[in-house]
Write a protein that binds this ligand. Structure first.
Ligand code: HEC
Ligand code: HEC
Ligand code: HEC
Ligand code: HEC
Length: 210
């Protein structure tokens, strides 16, 4: 009798344990709660084969005591960043999808020997996406938040750039580091080229101060 109660207890306890682990794992990808929501209130899923058609507010789930989500006027406009010449690094060359979605291409990539992780056998373009219907993964699927429990693989431990890139090693690629590097490097370069542009560079340009 005693043994039976103990067994039931053990099953219940391990069940509760599993639920906790499951919930923790589910939150890592920024979907529970969502890390990004578009201006119509729709959450950015873990992966999707449709490009976001409305601007979206990132960092909704910020756990930082000082810096909260993106300001409403700093919603990320995916369409403009892909079609508008002003939103490019040099004012003319369209930004390749894989400039941001770096895992959506075969490896190795010329000039970027530090990139290793590949999730697509062809280079992602609008056409490739339409034909293949292979979903694109959210950055947050791999670039976890600082407070998250780490796996052997994610968040990536960091990369060392070749000398000619002239940047110091990245350090651990949590979400803040990954997005900041990708977004702000280009904003800094664009503002240097044309100071009349409005590419956000400072913490308070992008984040709501808590
Ligand atoms: C300036 C950077 C940037 C460029 C360039 C870019 N994207 Fe994105 N894309 C993003 C971000 C950021 C997200 C939101 C995912 C996230 O926050 O994790 C996203 C989301 C997506 C999604 C939805 C993924 C999901 O999780 O729901 C698809 C599909 C997509 N992009 C396709 C493309 C294609 C195709 C191109 C080229 C035509 C492209 N992207 C160019 C930054 C970019
Ligand atoms: C499937 C997992 C995965 C996804 C999705 C992913 N990354 Fe990464 N990221 C990595 C890994 C792993 C590395 C380390 C280099 C490598 O092994 O390829 C890395 C490296 C980086 C780096 C440092 C290298 C560099 O180019 O400066 C940045 C910045 C970065 N990611 C930003 C992003 C952004 C922004 C997105 C979404 C648009 C994204 N990552 C999506 C796994 C991922
Ligand atoms: C390849 C270059 C490039 C990358 C990568 C890039 N941006 Fe931009 N972004 C720009 C430029 C240039 C502007 C200024 C456009 C203007 O003044 O008309 C801009 C403007 C913006 C603005 C102001 C509103 C708007 O749409 O004009 C926001 C917000 C923004 N970017 C967020 C981001 C975020 C978040 C990321 C990373 C996911 C990112 N950007 C990545 C080039 C880039
Ligand atoms: C171009 C806009 C932009 C600028 C400028 C910027 N950030 Fe961010 N920040 C982001 C984005 C985008 C994310 C990650 C979004 C996500 O995970 O949904 C982020 C994430 C973060 C996080 C992680 C929060 C969490 O718990 O997930 C912190 C902390 C942070 N930023 C602080 C800063 C500080 C400090 C500065 C100034 C030194 C700064 N940011 C400048 C866009 C920006």
């Amino acid at each position: 009798m005693k043994l039976r109660i103990l067994t039931i207890l053990a099953v219940v306890v391990s069940g509760v344990g599993m639920t906790v682990v499951y919930q923790a794992a589910a939150s890592l990808d920024g979907t529970k709660p969502p890390h990004a929501v578009d201006t119509a209130g729709k959450a950015i899923p873990e992966s999707s084969a449709s490009q976001p058609d409305k601007p979206f507010i990132l960092s909704k789930d910020s756990a930082d005591p000082k810096w909260g989500e993106m300001k409403p006027e700093m919603a990320f406009d995916h369409s403009k960043h892909n079609t508008d010449a002003k939103h490019t690094i040099d004012g003319k060359t369209p930004t390749a999808c894989v400039y941001c979605h770096h895992t959506e291409q075969p490896m190795p990539v010329a000039g970027q020997p530090y990139l290793k992780k590949s999730e697509r056998t062809e280079v992602l373009t609008t056409d490739q996406l339409d034909k293949s219907k292979q979903p694109v993964n959210s950055c947050r699927k791999c670039h976890f938040q600082e407070a998250s429990e780490e796996t052997a693989e994610f968040p990536p431990k960091g990369v060392t750039y070749p000398k000619e890139v002239g940047k110091s090693p990245s350090g651990k690629l949590t979400n803040d580091n990954a997005y900041h590097t990708k977004c702000i490097d280009c904003h800094n370069a664009a503002m240097k080229r044309d100071p009349t542009l409005k590419a956000p560079q400072a913490c308070a340009d992008c984040h709501v101060k808590k």
